[in-house]
Design a protein around this ligand. Structure first.
Ligand SMILES: Nc1nc2c(c(=O)[nH]1)N[C@H]1C(S)=C(S)[C@@H](COP(=O)(O)OP(=O)(O)OC[C@H]3O[C@@H](n4cnc5c(=O)[nH]c(N)nc54)[C@H](O)[C@@H]3O)O[C@H]1N2
Ligand SMILES: Nc1nc2c(c(=O)[nH]1)N[C@H]1C(S)=C(S)[C@@H](COP(=O)(O)OP(=O)(O)OC[C@H]3O[C@@H](n4cnc5c(=O)[nH]c(N)nc54)[C@H](O)[C@@H]3O)O[C@H]1N2
Ligand SMILES: [Mo]
Length: 768
């Protein structure tokens, strides 16, 4: 049998010298070691910029730079001295560039000039900002209805940019706000709002020091939230149990050497992180948590029968929750066979997890994409919340719920109004403040926007950052959707594939990145603000020289488009873009929680947005924390696959060398993959069968039965420690297999972590 990849090096931990070496490489590779290094010293510092890497919180006394290998990559990626100037676009047609990889495109460096697509020469040509704004404004005004335009946001946009963007779109007349969070933590927002009245987590960073047990579900922090690893490690050192649920053995969750700890680095030692590592089947977490609850209720029955006190927190349940009886009945009605079959865990494993839960006084539950990108993600998060409610693990120190966000400001963007279903109180506030009639009709999310572009009812796409064409499912269909538009506009820092499927009129507008100094017309530097996963809002000011003199801030670009589209009669866009304090004043006037914004955000750690759920005040329909009592899904993809031949469940995740669709390099060090991305991880036993049947390199065929043919070609099989019947590979390459027609109930999130596929021999090889 093959060794799982990386097993010879299993002893080598995440972090450590490998991380340091990789950092140096990325700083040098960006050809900007000096500004990169300078920039790094300021990342997540009180007077620096917010790291564009992830949304993990910053320590209270942020005096020492929190080292993070992937933060280094994010910063040096932006601080590179490579450029993609007009001369580059003169050399390459758009059709030619479409043949390049994501890696090669962004590898050309920062965009420098506003560009307009010229269909005749199939090239982007330079244009003035004024001409760009004026044609964009005219094109938007020429649409029959504002709902024909889609305003996409990627979660790196600051609070100020996002607020101005929603103000622009709503003053224009639409709530069409497809947002990267629709593909990300949408299910968390929905489930938590139903359960606890707010779509955000309830813990602070310091709670991790106090917890007795931390359940880490469907998340790979070693790669995607490296600073979280430090907090998990400290917790483990204090004796907290770290209980991992992940089908894949992720090295970063097993052992971690802290690059900031000199002794550890010199001795080459590392600390274990996970005390328990459970490997459920893809989509099996709801069943696993139901099983834990079943064991907890059984322990409760036993305690009561023996005359001991209940193991549940009845004071909390009685006073603060609704629906526990129905939940208990639903759990009782779920058979152990259903639980073990769907979760793929044994009853003994589940009872062990329950034991940890019962022995802990304070429990935190964290999760990310392994939980949110399934059909039943909302129900799964409700189930995890149910378990936490049973012993009152919410609203007290060291305990709580923690959806670990993705993009560094994806949470803040939602807070300031990027929402296709805005609450009416917010629209009322906009109307009061600005005097325009805010659109009341709910708008499009990502899937809604794609559908509308495909059927022709949407004709304009504006992208505030991101890479819509590559981040979304069914790559070819989405490319067609974008190319069919009358107008496409992308505000971006680097070239990506979304820019290469231009509409009839198409603009590529280059903006300042977060690491760069942002000066207004009078030369005064401006700061923006962001909100992290712990609801902390803090300032961010760049320190590097802008990549080009032509660059404008996202805010200035939005203001330019807005003035040209809706005019400056009601809203003085230029004044807002000239002084971001004015935007913050408007946020303060229209969104609760921002009183004293301009003062509070200039304090070193910023301020925390009040989170009522963390104070045990639940603004739900019942005024209490709601239990759910859903049935388990009838069949997960794993259960469907089991009954068919050559059928696997594929999950699409991130390598260690990428940031979403941005590829920094071709290695995935912790998983032992180097120099390539077209790999397909499989259980060694499945792999032996596949190799015998198909050879070393295979094609992956989508089995989702909706009439679309889906094939991802030429992947190398790689053995890995994961459940049989499941496969894993990298996004965005595998988005060609993720169907637009498969999405989460209520969340509309594409099911990127459970795609039914078959493995076949290479088509070319077969023909040869
Ligand atoms: N360096 C870096 N940092 C990032 C990003 C990046 O691309 N690069 N992206 C940012 C963004 S936008 C986000 S949303 C986050 C993403 O952070 P993660 O959620 O950690 O991202 P993924 O790589 O998709 O990893 C999903 C993990 O869940 C596991 N998993 C998959 N399916 C299941 C399942 O059914 N059950 C369980 N229990 N586990 C499962 C996978 O094995 C994998 O370990 O990271 C953010 N930070
Ligand atoms: N199959 C599959 N698909 C997925 C996922 C998955 O796990 N599997 N994950 C989903 C998730 S969690 C997310 S969040 C989405 C991500 O979707 P997006 O947010 O749309 O994608 P990114 O790759 O983060 O966007 C990268 C681009 O952003 C631009 N950019 C970078 N910095 C800046 C900046 O400061 N300003 C501006 N204006 N532009 C900037 C650059 O041009 C870069 O090319 O993808 C989703 N898609
Ligand atoms: Mo995300």
């Amino acid at each position: 049998m093959d060794q799982p990849v990386g097993s010879p090096k299993r002893s080598s931990a995440a972090g450590g010298w490998g991380a340091l070496k990789s950092c140096g490489k990325h700083l040098l590779g960006s050809r900007a070691p000096l500004s990169g290094a300078r920039a790094l010293m300021k990342a997540n510092q009180p007077d620096g910029f917010d790291c564009p890497g992830c949304a993990w919180g910053d320590p209270e006394h942020g005096s020492s730079f929190e080292f993070c290998e992937n933060g280094v990559k994010a910063v040096s990626w932006e601080a590179t001295d490579k450029r993609t100037p007009p001369a580059f676009f003169a050399r390459h047609t758009v059709a030619e560039l479409r043949g390049w990889s994501d890696y090669a495109l962004e590898g050309e460096g920062r965009l420098t000039h506003p560009m307009r697509y010229d269909a005749e020469s199939d090239r982007y040509l330079p244009v003035t900002w004024e001409a760009a704004f004026s044609e964009i404004g005219a094109s938007l005004r020429a649409l029959d209805h504002p709902d024909q335009a889609e305003f996409y946001t990627s979660g790196r946009a600051s609070n100020e940019a996002a607020y101005l963007y929603q103000l622009f779109a709503r003053a224009y007349g639409t709530n069409n706000f497809p947002d990267c969070s629709n593909m990300c933590h949408e299910a968390s927002g929905i489930a938590l709002t139903q359960a606890i009245g707010i779509g955000k987590g309830t813990v602070l960073l310091e709670d991790f020091e106090k917890a007795d047990a931390i359940f880490v579900v469907g998340q790979n922090p070693g790669t995607n939230h490296p600073r979280m690893l430090g907090d998990l490690r400290r917790a483990a050192e204090h004796g907290a149990k770290v209980v991992v649920f992940n089908p894949v053995r992720e090295r970063g969750l097993e052992r971690f050497a802290d690059p900031q700890n000199t002794v550890e680095m010199l001795r080459g030692t590392s600390r274990p992180i996970a005390s328990h590592y459970f490997q459920p089947r893809l989509g099996g977490d709801m069943a696993a948590f139901r099983g834990i609850a079943k064991a907890v209720f059984a322990a409760d029955d036993a305690a009561l029968a023996a005359g001991r006190p209940s193991v549940l927190d009845h004071a909390f349940l009685d006073r603060h929750t609704a629906g526990v009886a129905a939940y208990r009945a639903a759990v009782a009605a779920t058979a152990w066979e259903a639980i073990t079959d769907q979760s793929g865990l044994t009853r003994a494993e589940i009872e062990t997890a329950a034991q940890v839960y019962l022995e802990a006084d304070k429990v935190i539950c964290t999760w990310a994409m392994g939980v949110t990108q399934h059909r039943h993600s909302v129900a799964t998060i409700r189930e995890m919340t149910n378990l936490m409610l049973l012993r009152g693990h919410i609203g007290r120190p060291g305990a709580g719920l923690c959806p670990v966000r993705g993009h560094s400001n994806v949470q803040g963007d939602r807070t300031v109004g990027i929402n296709e279903k805005p609450p009416s109180a917010f629209l009322d506030a906009l109307e009061r403040t600005f005097g325009f009639a805010a659109p009341r009709r709910h708008g499009h999310n990502v899937l809604g926007a794609i559908g509308a572009m495909l059927d022709g009812s949407a004709k304009a796409f504006i992208g505030l950052g991101g890479n819509f064409a590559r981040a979304t499912p069914d790559t070819a269909l989405v490319a067609k959707a974008l190319a069919g538009c009358r107008l496409t506009v992308h505000v971006a820092t680097k070239l990506n594939h979304s820019h290469l499927v231009p509409g009839q009129v198409a603009y590529l507008l280059p903006c300042l990145g977060r690491t760069e100094i942002d000066r207004n017309g009078a030369g005064k530097t401006q700061i923006v603000t962001v909100e992290d996963s712990m609801s902390m809002v803090h300032g961010s000011g760049g320190i590097n020289k802008p990549a080009s003199k032509e660059l404008r801030s996202e805010i200035a670009i939005i203001a330019g488009m807005a003035a040209a589209t809706v005019g400056s009669g009601r809203i003085d866009w230029a004044a807002l873009s000239d002084d971001y304090d004015r935007i913050r004043d408007l946020i303060e006037r229209t969104i609760p929680g921002f009183a004293g914004y301009n003062v509070r955000v200039r304090r070193p750690r910023g301020f925390m947005l009040r989170n009522l759920a963390a104070e045990r005040v639940f603004e739900t329909d019942t005024g209490l924390a709601n239990f759910s009592a859903d049935a388990l899904p009838e069949a997960t993809e794993h259960q469907i696959a089991k009954s068919q031949t050559n059928t696997f469940v594929l999950q699409t995740f991130r390598s260690h060398d990428q940031y979403n669709t941005t590829i920094y390099g071709l290695d995935d060090r912790y998983r032992g993959v180097y120099g390539e991305r077209r790999v397909l991880f499989a259980h060694p036993d499945d792999l032996a069968v596949l190799r015998a049947r198909c050879g070393e390199r295979v094609d992956i065929h989508g089995l989702h039965d909706d009439g679309t043919v889906r094939v991802a070609e030429d992947f190398r099989l790689v053995p890995f420690d994961m459940p049989r019947g499941s496969l894993a590979g990298y996004y965005p390459e595998l988005n060609v297999l993720v169907p637009l027609s498969s999405f989460g109930a209520q969340s509309d999130t594409p099911t990127s972590k459970s795609v039914l596929v078959a493995i076949r021999p290479r088509a070319v090889a077969a023909a040869a």
